[in-house]
Design a protein around this ligand. Structure first.
Ligand SMILES: NC(=O)C1=CN([C@@H]2O[C@H](COP(=O)(O)OP(=O)(O)OC[C@H]3O[C@@H](n4cnc5c(N)ncnc54)[C@H](OP(=O)(O)O)[C@@H]3O)[C@@H](O)[C@H]2O)[C@@H](O)CC1
Ligand SMILES: [K+]
Length: 477
């Protein structure tokens, strides 16, 4: 599991650790890790041209000390001081002592740089880059040099992943002690490039529950349902799907395609897409209206391609977990969801989430973490917010929000959400808790898309077909 922490949590842990160490020791650990990563990116340090963008805080201090280490290995290092006279005093002295220099013309050194260390702001920065830093960040980006962000790309919000104004676009980021939540969430995640964590000994001082969790293969393998020897299809779980309409029969087929590959022992389908479903999947059990007469299920999926067809009220009336997606979310009443005796999992994209919250879509896209938490609180439900970084929030605000690391922009394709609904509903029926079902579903779905896409467009059908391979990949050590 990759864990993300808020600035407040990181600062508290740093404070505890710093109290036990000699002054400056923590910054030296950070600078050593940063210099090693910089050397790795450069390949050959001797003779390389390195530029440090140095802000007025400790983030600039890290860059200056790392710069001093690179000078000692033969690099030519120039510091660009964003606010001259306010750079980290001891760090600047160390750089100059080692043989580094302060740049006379920032744009000249940037144009010739092999590597730029972005030490303008770290966890102390707010509100995007200030105007004096903006042209320098742009020049770094346009220079052809590798841009390595110190702790965070300067200008992104460390806690939320929001990017309020301009920010540094990094090729890679070295972050200290713990992932900051913003590094795992778009849009900031995109600005960070490849993120490497440098251990500075913070671990024992961090709380056991982070703000954010990203599952990795081993976590998913641990959560996936495995049938016992004596399992029959009913014990493995039966998932019911209410989806599709005369207008969108394909949504029914795709939701069932996902459900058949999510570990449940059987899939029941109820709705106007029966003919299409049975023609494609003879193994599905199709039933006439209403869902309550379809026989026992352990979880329902309702909504994909439903149009104005009924189904949501009937399914929410049941006493088993329900996943509500797409058309099922339209006008969904929080009181009805809150009154349910079994868990509910909502799976909106940003537009649907915006409608449920009564805000603009852009607001949800720019504040994904706050939005998913707000929806989970409003509905008393688990919420999976689909998008460039899919987030899953539990209704209990003390639980960490899960962030999906396997997404790919090729997944933004018609019908892929229907596959995800079916898959995740199937995991619910197989007995996973909603937070686990949502995060494991998103993980497998993203991985399946990557497997079939390999940087080319994919169809939702392809994604469903690749799910068994994604499952196998996560469970094969
Ligand atoms: N604590 C530790 O143990 C360790 C911390 N470490 C490192 O320290 C970093 C945190 O350092 P920090 O707290 O000094 O804040 P930091 O991110 O440098 O920025 C604050 C300065 O930036 C300025 N500024 C603010 N907004 C701005 C903007 N939009 N655009 C431009 N400038 C802006 C603001 O200026 P002011 O408002 O005062 O004018 C203020 O002076 C952390 O990320 C990690 O790298 C590591 O060494 C490991 C040990
Ligand atoms: K930075």
């Amino acid at each position: 599991m990759r864990l993300g922490y808020s600035v407040e949590t990181v600062r508290a842990a740093e404070g505890e650790l710093m109290a036990r160490l000699p002054e400056g020791a923590l910054m030296q650990r950070a600078a050593a890790g940063l210099a090693a990563a910089a050397a790795g990116l450069l390949g050959r340090v001797y003779g390389a041209r390195v530029v440090l963008l140095v802000g007025s805080g400790d983030n600039g201090g890290d860059a200056l000390y790392a710069g001093a280490r690179l000078v000692r290995r033969g690099a030519g290092v120039s510091a660009v001081l964003i606010t001259p006279g306010r750079a980290h005093t001891a760090g600047l002295a160390a750089l100059l002592r080692a043989g580094g220099r302060v740049a006379d013309d920032p744009y000249e050194v940037l144009a010739a740089a092999d590597l730029v260390l972005d030490g303008i702001t770290g966890i102390g920065g707010h509100g995007g880059l200030r105007p004096d830093a903006v042209p320098l960040a742009r020049a770094a980006h346009g220079s052809g040099a590798v841009v390595l962000a110190v702790d965070l790309p300067s200008g992104v919000e460390a806690d939320t992943g929001e990017v309020g104004g301009e920010a540094v676009r990094a090729d890679a980021t070295v972050t200290f002690g713990a992932y900051k939540t913003g590094l795992l969430i778009d849009p900031a995640r995109e600005y960070a490039g490849a993120v490497r964590l440098v251990d500075i000994g913070l671990g024992p001082h961090l709380p056991s529950v982070p703000e954010l969790e990203a599952l990795q293969h081993a976590d998913v393998a641990h959560l996936l349902p495995v049938p016992a020897a004596e399992s029959d299809k009913y014990r493995r779980g039966v998932v019911g799907v209410v989806a599709g309409s005369a207008r969108y029969p394909g949504a029914a087929v795709l939701a069932v395609a996902g459900a058949l590959r999510g570990g449940a022992g059987a899939v029941r389908y109820v709705g106007p897409g029966s003919d299409a479903v049975i023609a494609r999947f003879p193994e599905a059990l199709v039933h006439g209206w209403p869902p309550s007469k379809a026989g026992r299920v352990q979880a329902w999926v309702v909504g994909p391609g439903l149009g104005d067809s009924p189904g949501v009220d009937e399914v929410l009336d049941s006493d088993v977990p329900v996943l509500v997606d797409a058309d099922g979310l339209r006008g969904l009443d929080p009181a009805v969801v809150r009154a349910r005796s079994a868990p509910t999992l909502l799976t909106p994209h940003a537009g649907e989430a915006a409608a449920l919250l009564g805000v603009a879509r852009e607001e949800v896209e720019g504040t994904r973490l706050a939005s998913v938490r707000a929806l989970a609180a409003k509905y008393g439900a688990t919420v999976l917010l689909k998008g460039s970084t899919t987030l899953v929030a539990d209704p209990d605000p003390r639980r960490a929000v899960r962030v999906n690391p396997t997404g790919t922009s090729w997944l933004a394709t018609a019908g892929s959400g229907d596959v995800l609904s079916g898959l995740t509903g199937s995991l619910l029926a197989a007995g996973l808790a909603p937070l686990d079902a949502g995060s494991v579903g998103a993980y497998l779905h993203g991985l399946a898309a990557r497997l079939v896409s390999r940087d080319a467009p994919v169809s939702a059908h392809d994604v469903a077909t690749a799910l068994p391979q994604a499952w196998r990949d996560t469970t094969t050590p």
